[in-house]
Design a protein around this ligand. Structure first.
Ligand SMILES: Nc1ncnc2c1ncn2[C@@H]1O[C@H](COP(=O)(O)OP(=O)(O)OP(=O)(O)O)[C@@H](O)[C@H]1O
Length: 794
């Protein structure tokens, strides 16, 4: 009978697997020690210009090499050696000067030298003010850290907390935005930051300012005080209050361009044009028309401005692809637009300050600031989207005559050299008539225009620097006319509105309709007045994508009030309408404006459950939520004969009365129970953390025993028995390994976009190589990308 057993080949070296593993570990330990010594001996005055001259680990050196980073920029050669030695850093250098690598390299290196493993938990936290910037940082981290075995993740919101929770506990490096990170710190029991070694704030001044202040303070509260902290920005300050809040220890101020005569790159040419508000759109259109072979970013003060200019200019077909980007767009759209702008040679993108900070678009020719920035720092960041890393670029600032003096003064103080230029009259064309026609024929465009006008005026009103922005000096009527609007929309200003707070507020917080009730009121007033032929024309319903939105403006119902959840959705889907009397139930009442009549499901709980929306239907499928609707159980007590009674039946009434009014007793009972539950919650969280710590300690001990050559019979197999690799390599993260051999076998692929993960096939192949768990679908949304990133990297 033939044997089916497979004959095992003897190992050529005759060494046991354990021997090989021990040898490898010994080699690694020697390398760590040599590296540590080299870092300690590193001369800070040496001004190293070459990455190969720095004491860097093999994986980082290979990652830098593979990413074609050979020489250090000024900020890198000053900041990296200090950061390698564990110093706290305040890094300030011009836009596009390579600040990202200044913290990515030390993060990788310091964790590497600390022999950081999956078991050590979170080692470094990098905070960014915007999702786009976080993605970009993460991408650099993946590129440079591709040969390391750390796990790294991106936490920028949008994904279900639960899914993120499961992965977070295993991350070594996280790139995040403040809001979402705080949510996890507060709510995710398994997420521990006790071991954190490094905290990095990119665009630190922005993160530390008004809108993010509370989140950042709360995050820092969770972090251990003993850590390395690094702050980077092009407009860094040494504000003592900020440093105290972040518990920086004797920070090193690395400001490479402080002595420079200009705060902006020398390769950047900067101009300003005096353009009265009423001429602004004409100037912008004429400018675009005369620069059809360029890549242009146009900054505006609000998403509504961006939308109006984009919609109207699109209709006039200037002859260059137009794009628009603002914070209220869906993430998918934002990523799609960003990648389009990256990949096209000639295009013009209208954007808000969501792209002003940190984003690295290659080959931008012009940055136009159609709306004056709120301060000189914002100006510097906006113009910094061009002339990056020694390339040339040009920037133009449009200034209303009333803004000129104040703004130029601010720029001079910040060492920003701008020269005046004039628009060529020959090329200047007026688009006022076209806009008027378009608004006349397309009520939706007129509506967007009205919103844009109001938001622009409001943005001026809320600006802090009144020396630049004085609302009474602007020709607002002229601006409304130039936009093609039939009149000047009424505006209701609210006192105490703050620009930065508005910008950073989460969507929900911005629910109050920004165009204000005044606009709707204006509409209602108009309706009751005698209506002219023009009014009727403007109210005409067009059957296009915006008509649903517009119809809500004209068909305002007194009984309902609008709940504006997502401005972008306003235009694409029916706005949510909540009857005033049931406002408190707004979470569940996703009432469709049209469609089949609601179904009634009787018999559950006290009230019948009305299925009038998908959300309701989903609710029916959730047991947990259904319990809310079910009748609560009542507590009964049994007498001696085993007969059940309501609890009060067996209680002495006098005793009950003595204890005080029933309502007070009830309130007291609820209060006590709530406190008990809260305490139990805390205990549970502590217990979960404790268990995790113990588990980790056990695994570490096992690891150490293994390293010392002691076989632990209880130890679970960390790696496949036939695998001589370091078991932790199975958790290899940052998997961009472009192993030459493997690459040859792979099919050719399209170039990867900056925010994209690897293509499906490549990911599948990598999954095989690195045993990585991940989603099967292509990442379509940012959430997918995030999940994928977390999956790939754990
Ligand atoms: N050492 C280097 N060698 C070559 N290119 C580099 C180097 N360091 C950075 N770069 C490139 O310079 C560009 C700008 O880098 P980075 O985005 O880090 O600048 P930044 O200082 O953070 O800018 P911002 O202030 O706008 O955020 C990037 O395209 C990056 O790849």
């Amino acid at each position: 009978m033939a044997s089916s057993a497979v004959e095992r080949k003897p190992k050529p070296s005759g060494r046991s697997k354990n021997d090989v593993r021990l040898l490898k570990r010994k080699r690694d330990i020697d390398e760590y020690e040599t590296l540590q010594k080299a870092v300690e001996e590193l001369d800070l005055k040496a001004d190293t210009k070459d990455f190969s001259k720095l004491p860097l680990s093999q994986p980082t050196s290979r990652g830098l090499d593979a990413s074609h980073f050979k020489t250090l920029t000024d900020i890198q050669s000053k900041a990296i050696p200090l950061a390698l030695k564990g110093r706290d850093i305040l890094g300030a250098a011009k836009t596009g000067s390579g600040k990202t690598l200044s913290f990515i390299v030390p993060v990788l290196e310091n964790l590497y030298r600390a022999k950081w493993t999956e078991l050590d938990g979170l080692g470094a936290l990098i905070i960014s003010p915007t999702r786009e910037l976080a993605i970009q940082i993460f991408e650099v981290l993946r590129k440079v850290g591709r040969y390391h075995t750390f796990s790294a993740g991106l936490v920028i919101g949008g994904k279900s907390l639960q899914e993120e929770r499961e992965r977070l506990g295993r991350m070594n490096i996280l790139v995040c935005t403040p809001g979402r990170m705080l949510q996890h710190m507060d709510q995710t029991a398994a997420f521990e930051v006790d071991n954190l070694q490094m905290l990095v704030l990119d665009e630190a001044d922005r993160i530390m300012d008004m809108g993010f202040q509370t989140s950042v303070d709360a995050i820092v509260e969770h972090l251990p005080k003993q850590r390395q902290t690094m702050l980077f920005s092009a407009t860094q300050t040494k504000k003592v209050s900020d440093l105290a809040r972040l518990s920086l220890r004797d920070p090193e101020y690395v400001a490479v361009h402080e002595a420079a005569s200009h705060a902006t790159p020398t390769t950047l040419q900067q101009y300003y044009v005096i353009t009265p508000l009423s001429e602004k759109l004409n100037t912008l259109f004429s400018f675009i028309r005369s620069n059809l072979k360029a890549k242009i970013i146009v900054f505006m003060s609000s998403g509504k401005q961006v939308r109006f200019v984009y919609e109207s200019f699109r209709h006039m077909q200037p002859g260059i692809p137009l794009l628009h980007l603002h914070g209220r767009q869906k993430q998918t759209a934002r990523l799609d637009i960003t990648s389009k702008f990256l990949s096209t040679k000639n295009s013009c993108i209208f954007a808000t300050d969501v792209v002003a900070r940190g984003l690295d678009f290659p080959a931008v020719d012009w940055v136009i600031q159609m709306d004056c920035p709120e301060d000189a720092d914002t100006y510097i960041h906006r113009v910094g989207r061009t002339a990056r890393y020694e390339r040339a670029g040009k920037a133009v600032l449009f200034l209303d005559p009333s803004e000129k003096e104040g703004m130029l003064k601010r720029l001079e103080l910040k060492k920003v050299p701008v020269q005046q230029t004039k628009a060529r009259e020959k090329k200047q064309q007026s688009i006022q008539n076209q806009l008027q026609n378009m608004c006349f024929q397309d009520p939706e465009l007129k509506y967007i225009g009205q919103k844009a006008f109001v938001s622009y005026a409001k943005s001026i009103f809320v600006q802090k620097d009144k020396e630049i922005f004085n609302i009474s000096k602007y020709d607002l009527e002229g601006y409304a006319v130039s936009m093609g609007l039939p009149g000047t929309p009424k505006i209701k200003f609210q006192k105490g509105e703050d620009m930065k707070k508005l910008k950073n507020a989460p969507r929900a917080a911005l629910s109050s309709d920004e165009e204000s009730d005044e606009e709707n009121k204006g509409k209602k007033d108009k309706k009751s007045d005698v209506r002219t032929r023009y009014d009727r024309m403007f109210e005409r319903q067009n059957q296009n994508v915006l008509s649903g939105h517009y119809s809500k403006l004209v068909a305002d119902d007194d009984r309902h009030q609008h709940v504006d959840t997502d401005e972008e959705e306003d235009f694409l889907s029916v706005k949510r309408v909540v009857p005033v009397e049931s406002e408190s139930e707004s979470e569940d009442e996703d009432v469709a404006a049209s469609g089949p009549a609601p179904k009634l499901i009787a018999g559950i709980g006290k009230d019948p459950l009305v299925i009038d929306s998908k959300r309701r239907e989903k609710l029916l499928r959730s047991k947990k939520k259904l319990t809310k609707l079910k009748e609560k159980g009542t507590k009964v007590v049994f007498d001696e004969n085993g007969v059940p009674h309501q609890i009060y039946e067996l209680e002495d009434e006098d005793d009950f009365q003595q204890r005080g009014p029933a309502a007070d007793q009830r309130a007291k009972f609820l209060e006590e129970e709530a406190a008990r539950v809260q305490e139990a919650d805390l205990d549970d969280k502590q217990l979960a953390k404790q268990k995790k710590r113990e588990k980790r300690a056990k695994r570490k001990a096992r690891e150490a025993a293994l390293a010392a050559g002691i076989e632990d019979p209880e130890a679970p197999a960390l790696a496949d028995a036939d695998d001589d690799e370091d078991p932790l390599a199975l958790l290899a993260s940052l998997p961009l390994a472009d192993d030459e051999q493997e690459q040859d076998e792979r099919p050719p692929k399209r170039p990867k976009k900056w925010f994209e993960d690897d293509s499906g096939d490549e990911r599948k192949a990598k999954k095989k190589r690195a045993h990585i768990i991940e989603a099967e679908d292509e990442p379509e949304t940012l959430e997918d990308l995030e999940a994928l990133a977390a999956g790939l990297l754990t």
